[in-house]
Design a protein around this ligand. Structure first.
Ligand code: NAD
Length: 488
């Protein structure tokens, strides 16, 4: 059986304990993972603090940090296949997606490598003639990065990349579900030549590892991706030492299709928006809001396509929908659908687990037109389940789109330019895609508001968010200071 190790202070070690990792496609134990408990967490934070203060990192030029990040990106690209295979094995995410995603992860590191020496301070046109005032941007310090199991390489890249570019050091806590790709990533990171302790990678469970890390007094910033309930714990934990937080949480994203939309494009985007990654995506377009004029036609086409989706083993290149990562998710999908049907919703296709080994669930479309309070419209969960509502007017479409406590992403399909702009303005979400869905880029900020969290990952702002501003005042006059009791 394969065994993985944690990475602390530039050395690999077994954790305080070990736990078994299951293959989601078979339900079998396939690997042993190092479980970090409080002693390991403390060692990782100490290593990150030491590295943050040590001249090898603290005095390194920004350009040199950038070069190391470029080297890391190259190593990721060279090892992309191994990383993708491990992610597929440990999380059940299909190989088609993990292969494409890992290749793109390297681009995120390249983007932040390039930004490292472009994080600039500023000079202020201050209102005093004998003062020179400027702003230094300094690294925030030790960052605790906590990620969920889905797309861990990607979700950690958008934290590690900008944090290291800014000069911070990082303790990354990989999810207890499917941590293999992150532990392998640590091996690759080790070859890039960073000073020891700049990145530390541990894994473990919420209470014994995540909670201990996020309330550690030597952590300056917590960058979290996960569910809203865990986020509440994180915020309480970080209150111990008033560490800053950035929270990337879930969504219940609207996918609005107007009657003039290109139906084939919108159907394909909706299929990808909800069934890609087996619906285990924070930006999943899980609420279809479709004009009543075209609802029947649209749903017929969607159903036809959904029923042709190739379901299979995640490591098969032909597979389009694989298993859910954990048994819990399967149970949640079953429960939410049962409660929604009870509330009056109609299952158009799917709605049940697949009778085979592993956590497989049928791509599901559920019409909630007669059940506006159905739990599937409000419950954020990971699964290939699309809830549908119809609308008659643009105002109604906008109301339904915004009828959510989340605010992560939204899709709008229309050929009417002015209507598209009104929708862009009206929709409460951190990302709006028009006539496309699920597009991402290192250059574009990613994140939401409301129960979807706060802070942005990706883009220049993300690197600035890992800095703190120091205002520097220099008096340029040699004249004696006149009145010591007057604030200057
Ligand atoms: P989760 O919140 O259960 O776990 C996320 C991480 O938090 C794990 O590493 C876990 O061990 C850790 N954790 C758990 N309890 C903790 C505690 N008390 N203190 C500190 N850490 C703790 O999430 P999950 O079920 O693994 O992942 C799915 C969730 O992630 C969904 O809600 C999804 O929408 C969200 N998500 C958001 C984004 C985004 O970018 N907005 C991306 C992917 C996933």
């Amino acid at each position: 059986m394969q065994q993985f190790q944690q990475y602390i202070g530039g050395a690999f070690s077994d954790g305080s304990a070990r736990f078994e990792s299951l293959d989601p496609a078979t339900g079998d134990v396939w690997a042993l993972m190092p479980e970090a408990r409080s002693a390991d967490v403390a060692a990782a934070v100490t290593a990150a603090r030491d590295a943050f203060c040590a001249p090898a990192w603290a005095d390194m030029t920004a350009s040199a940090r950038g070069k190391l990040l470029y080297r890391l990106a190259d190593l990721i690209a060279e090892n992309a296949q191994t990383l993708a295979q491990l992610e597929t094995r440990d999380t059940g995410k299909i190989i088609r997606e993990t292969s494409a995603q890992v290749a793109y992860v390297a681009e995120y590191y390249r983007y932040y490598a390039g930004l490292a020496d472009k994080i600039e301070g500023a000079h202020l046109p201050i209102d005093k003639p004998d003062m020179d005032v400027w702003l230094r941007r300094e690294p925030v310090g030790v960052v605790a990065a906590v990620v969920p199991w889905n797309s861990q390489l990607f979700l950690s890249a958008v934290k590690i990349g900008p944090a290291l570019a800014a000069g911070c050091t990082v303790v990354l806590k990989a999810s207890e579900d499917g941590p293999a790709p992150m532990l392998e990533f640590a091996r690759i990171f080790d070859q890039a030549g960073f000073p020891p302790g700049v990145l530390n990678v541990i894994t473990g469970f919420g209470p014994e590892c995540g909670a201990v890390l996020t309330r550690h007094p030597d952590v300056d910033h917590v960058a979290f991706t996960g569910g809203p309930e865990t986020a509440r714990h994180i915020v309480r934990n970080s209150a111990e030492n008033l560490a800053s937080t950035s929270l990337e949480l879930g969504g219940k994203s609207p996918f609005v299709v107007f009657e003039d939309a290109d139906i084939e494009s919108a159907v394909n985007a909706q299929i990808s928006g909800i069934f890609a990654a087996t619906g285990q995506s924070c930006v999943a377009g899980s609420r279809l809001i479709v004009a009543n004029q075209i609802k029947d036609t649209f749903l017929a086409r969607l159903k036809e396509k959904a029923e042709c989706i190739v379901i299979g083993a995640p490591d098969d290149m032909a597979t389009e929908v694989g298993p859910l990562c954990t048994r819990n998710q399967l149970t949640t999908a079953v429960d939410v659908i049962a409660a929604s049907v009870e509330a009056g919703a109609t299952v158009i296709t799917g709605g049940t687990p697949i009778d085979r080994v592993g956590h497989f669930f049928r791509p599901t479309i559920i019409d909630c037109s007669d059940a506006p309070d159905a739990p599937c419209l409000t419950t954020e969960f990971f699964g290939p389940v699309l809830s549908v509502l119809g609308f008659d007017t643009e105002a109604e479409a906008l109301d339904i789109a915004n009828d959510t406590a989340f605010g992560l992403a939204a899709g709008v399909f229309t050929k009417d330019l002015t209507r598209a702009h009104r929708m862009i303005r009206g929709i409460q979400a951190g990302i709006v895609w028009v006539n496309t869905y699920r597009a991402v880029s290192p250059m574009a900020p990613f994140g939401g508001h409301g129960l979807s969290g706060h802070g942005r990952e990706g883009g220049m702002q993300a690197a600035l968010d890992y800095t703190k501003v120091k205002a520097v005042w220099v008096r340029t006059s040699d004249d004696p200071i006149p009145d010591p009791f007057v604030m200057r």
